[in-house]
Design a binder for this molecule. Structure first.
Ligand code: CA
Length: 222
């Protein structure tokens, strides 16, 4: 899962980055509205955390432009304290949720998790298909009841497929959602990560459809 943080206060942006990286998300930071708009328009993000007061283009305009262009990723806005107007305007502009500054990182994480879950059509923090189970609060993976230790990159790949059960993704599509920056991307590397995960899981959880890509079945056969 890939998250874009749009925040011009460097310290807060860094705190957010550190918190989200510790939760195994791939994180990209943008510190002005124009750069944020461009990235959100041309790259794939599973969630955006958007401050409203930004240099070059304000957060409302960024969000409205994305929505007008059909960019539907979940967006959580950061609003100023006691400003009900900002919340209303933000939601009207297409925000999915908001947090009022200052906020606790724990609350941000819980809201981020809920937004990601809902955008994948899931209601539980536990992603399971009968063979594999991922607890997104604890970031633990078990396969047929046995705990499996995975790297942050492997975790991102696995949760990305599990958030969209049954949907087939090409290596390029997967790659766009698990690396922090464009330059890190290499769809061959996705094949390597999948091979490693398959070995670790020991069960045929990650399936492929020839010439199309990879998927995890909503209900797997034991
Ligand atoms: Ca700001």
């Amino acid at each position: 899962m890939r998250v874009l943080i749009v925040e011009d206060e460097a310290r807060l942006a860094e705190d957010l980055r550190r918190t989200l990286v510790a939760q195994n998300y791939a994180v990209t930071i943008s510190s002005d509205g124009e750069d944020a708009w461009f990235r959100g328009d041309t790259e794939e993000f599973d969630l955006v955390i958007l401050d409203l007061g930004l240099p070059r283009m304000d957060g409302f305009s960024v969000l409205k432009r994305w929505r007008a262009e059909g960019r539907g990723m979940p967006v959580l806005i950061l609003t100023a304290r006691d400003s009900w107007r900002e919340k209303v305007d933000g939601i009207d502009a297409g925000a999915d949720d908001y947090l009022t500054k200052p906020f606790r990182m724990e609350e941000l994480i819980a809201r981020a998790r809920a937004l990601l879950r809902r955008s994948g059509g899931q209601s539980s923090p536990i992603l399971a298909n009968g063979v594999i189970e991922i607890d997104t609060r604890l970031r633990t993976v078990t396969c047929l009841g046995t705990p499996v230790s995975v790297t942050p990159l492997e975790y991102r790949l696995l949760t990305y497929l599990m958030h969209h059960p049954g949907k087939v993704f090409s290596p390029a599509e997967i790659s766009a959602h698990i690396y922090e920056e464009d330059i890190d991307r290499d769809s061959n590397a996705v094949e390597v990560v999948i091979a490693r995960l398959r070995r670790k899981l020991g069960a045929p959880v990650i399936e492929n459809r020839r010439g199309q890509g990879y998927f995890i079945a909503p209900e797997a056969m034991r």
